[in-house]
Ligand binder design. Structure first.
Ligand code: SF4
Length: 325
């Protein structure tokens, strides 16, 4: 489909439904847009807004940010998370002050050279603040394009990313680039959402391939799962005369684990210590589990093998002994 048709529909939708009251849309200088774009990385608009206001009150321009101590910057960032963003912001402000005498750069390569600024962020800053024609491809735009064109494969894969950038470039119009850029962000954030896209209200629905084939939930493709590594470990099982295995309840996981699991390797003395220790607390913290009778489900966690038993409390104090498996 011609790029103009796509962008025309997106722009028409934006004119009626787009967000135009965001704080960084008021007087969108490169500095103000840059700060907003960095804050919006991995953080939603509603969370960012109060931080953005406070940040702008404290650091109203590049000179104020560059002249501040990093601790002051981090203080303003407290609660927003991903603190590398604040460090990069400060380092970039120092760079702008020292290299460009405090004037925020307005060429793509210069903006891209700033710490913490990638291709999509550089494009967004220059499109929104300087009305230069650059494509963007943040998470929202990836989702819209992957669905609209039914692009298969995980967007983190180089060939898939290349294809999505091609499409993003094709669709970016010559005019109204700031409005189009904001529109694509808004479309992904408000209609073409990850969970339940509102295709009925979407300006692209007539020829969206994901919608036509009912594959919205499959696209974009998720990151391929890595095969779980196989680990060999020796476990010390504590069991009583009824063959009930002693399990320790993990309050955080709300599951029961074979106590000390992979940490118990070998040695009769250590085993004796463990057995004695757990026998003294067994009645309070442990439950019994009969592996012969109860159905076991295993999964691997960072801490070792986790057993989820059908579980039942073992009444009173029972004496357990240990054996390796
Ligand atoms: S029609 Fe649905 S899936 Fe396709 S771009 Fe619009 S909201 Fe996303």
């Amino acid at each position: 489909m011609p790029g103009t048709d796509f962008s025309a529909r997106v722009l028409a939708w934006y004119a009626r439904h787009g967000r135009r009251d965001l704080p960084w849309q008021d007087n969108p200088t490169p500095y103000r847009v840059w700060v907003s774009e960095i804050m919006l990385q991995q953080t939603q608009v509603n969370t960012v807004i109060p931080y953005y206001w406070r940040f702008m009150q404290r650091f109203s321009d590049v000179a104020a940010l560059a002249g501040a101590d990093i601790d002051q910057v981090l203080h303003q960032w407290t609660g927003l998370g991903y603190y590398a963003r604040a460090r990069n912001l400060h380092a970039a402000a120092v760079m702008v002050r020292d290299r460009w005498s405090g004037r925020f750069p307005e060429t793509f390569d210069e903006v891209l050279s700033l710490p913490g600024v990638g291709r999509s962020t550089a494009g967004a800053i220059l499109a929104l603040a300087c009305r230069q024609r650059h494509a963007i491809l943040d998470g929202n735009v990836k989702r819209v394009l992957a669905r609209f064109h039914a692009v298969e494969g995980w967007p983190g894969k180089a060939s898939v990313l290349r294809r999505l950038w091609e499409l993003a470039e094709q669709h970016t119009p010559e005019g109204q680039v700031a409005e189009y850029t904001q529109a694509m962000m808004d479309l992904g954030a408000t209609l073409c959402t990850r969970g339940t896209p509102e295709c009925g209200r979407c300006p692209l629905s007539d020829d969206c391939q994901a919608r036509q084939t009912d594959r919205q939930r499959d696209l974009p493709s998720p990151r391929p799962r890595k095969a779980l590594p196989v680990r060999r470990a020796r476990l010390l099982l504590l069991y009583n005369d009824r063959h009930e295995v002693l399990l320790e309840r993990d309050v955080e996981l709300d599951e029961c684990i074979i106590m000390d699991s992979v940490h118990i390797r070998r040695g009769a003395r250590l085993r004796r210590v463990i057995v004695d220790r757990y026998n003294s607390i067994a009645a309070k913290t442990c439950i019994g589990f009969d592996p012969e009778r109860d159905r076991r489900r295993y999964h691997i966690s960072d801490s070792g093998i986790v057993v989820v038993p059908s579980g039942r409390a073992v009444p009173g104090n029972r004496s357990y002994t240990g054996g390796y498996v």
